[in-house]
Write a protein that binds this ligand. Structure first.
Ligand code: 0PR
Length: 382
């Protein structure tokens, strides 16, 4: 940093240069990301609360009330009216908090967690930070967790089982009801990672979709991760963690001597209220009907893309359950496909299991984007 500052003009001119080097969701070229263009109402609400810090909620009582209302709305969406939780930075922090609550409430030595092979890498971070041993359960032919494998991995050291409602790589929904029965019977903490699926499954169900139960309506489910900054259309960073009982927050609360609240359960201290404001605003503004439209549109585009991929001679590795399409080819490796698509400006991602081009059909994609992508996909094969 120099002694003398530069002019505002120079600052913003340079910032614009940086920004020009970024991709934007608006271009429709980002196909491998779970983020999307934040909704304008969420952006406006976010900007109104840039100053508010939920790490010291007594100073920002309006924001705290708003957080309580958001948690209540999310609980209501996910099968239980009285839930306890926080709006945090994202799915990683939510999953770490859930594993921490499970560990602290169990009191078990040498703790182990059982996660599906398809689990997001945030559980590896949680395990590392919390000194947990990870056991990976196998997947079935449909890439959902194999319940028998979970059963086989249970031990006296198991402190948590994880099920996923919308896997990161393929968007699959695990048989959570069966996991719930096992966990309830064995008094083991069951965490559901619905970071991706939480903001679409509840809106799609009953509208020609029949997703398995995954929420607090199942008695074994102790906590749920749900990310407003994925299908909830809020600006990043916005994650959500919900617990069935308040005791799960209490077992990981730390004394905060000089703040306006006595104890704190979240990992971060200073915590923006802007994310809470954006979530509150969008849930109120869009309502169930608004989110239903968003989720249904993504699924329509998913069907269009999946059909187009098959018609272009590529192989769908599995039928999409949520808005993720994964495919590969007998003639080209996935890296060759990704490279050729990149030459045409498309940013796709590659799933690790099974190896495939992974496209997340987020709300920023429209029909024209999908059709233009399919045209390029057909051409790179020739
Ligand atoms: N749980 C699930 C099921 C997830 O898919 C993700 C992230 C997380 C937890 C962790 O969430 P945070 O990243 O909010 O902490 N899923 C995306 C992924 O890893 C995140 C992402 C989004 C990555 C956009 C890249 C990107 O461009 O693919």
């Amino acid at each position: 940093m120099d002694d003398k500052g530069i002019s505002k003009n120079e600052v913003f001119e340079t910032l614009r240069n940086f920004k020009e080097q970024d991709m934007t969701h608006r271009s429709g070229k980002i196909l491998g990301s779970m983020c999307t263009c934040p909704h304008e109402v969420g952006v406006k609400a976010y900007c109104m609360f840039l100053e508010s810090n939920l790490g010291d909620p007594g100073l920002f009582q309006g924001t705290k009330t708003m957080e309580d209302e958001v948690i209540a709305m999310l609980g209501n969406l996910l099968g239980k009216n009285n839930v306890y939780g926080h709006i945090i930075t994202g799915g990683t922090e939510a999953n770490i908090m859930a594993m921490r609550a499970a560990r602290n409430s169990s009191g078990i030595k040498n703790p182990e967690i059982i996660v599906p092979k398809s689990a997001h890498f945030s559980f590896k971070k949680a395990a590392d930070m919390l000194c947990l041993k990870i056991k990976e359960a196998k997947l079935d032919d449909n890439y959902c967790v194999d319940v028998e494998s979970v059963n086989d991995l249970l031990s006296n050291h198991t402190i948590a089982v994880v099920g996923i409602a919308g896997t990161t790589e393929l968007g699959k929904v695990d048989p959570i009801e069966e996991l719930s029965n096992i966990c309830f019977e064995n008094e083991i903490f069951l965490h559901v990672d619905a970071a991706f699926g939480g903001f679409s499954i509840p809106f799609l169900n009953g509208r020609g979709y029949n997703f398995p139960k995954f929420d607090f309506s199942l008695q074994g489910v102790c906590s749920i991760t749900i990310d407003p900054h994925k299908m909830g259309l809020t600006p990043i960073p916005t994650g959500g963690i919900l617990f069935r009982d308040k005791s799960y927050l209490d077992v990981m609360s730390i004394e905060t001597p000089y703040l306006t609240e006595d104890r704190q359960s979240t990992i971060v201290g200073t915590r923006t209220g802007a994310s809470t404001a954006a979530t509150w605003a969008l849930m109120k503004y869009l309502g169930r009907n608004g989110y239903r439209k968003v989720a249904e549109r993504c699924m329509e585009h998913t069907r269009l893309l999946a059909q187009g991929v098959k018609d272009s001679g590529f192989i769908l590795v599995t039928e999409p359950q949520l808005n993720i399409v994964a495919f590969n080819s007998r003639e080209m490796t996935v890296w060759e496909i990704a490279d050729r698509l990149k030459e045409r400006g498309w940013a796709v991602s590659i799933s690790s299991y099974p190896q495939a081009i992974r496209i997340i059909v987020m709300p920023h994609l429209n029909k024209e984007h999908i059709e233009s992508f399919l045209t390029d996909l057909r051409e790179i094969r020739i």
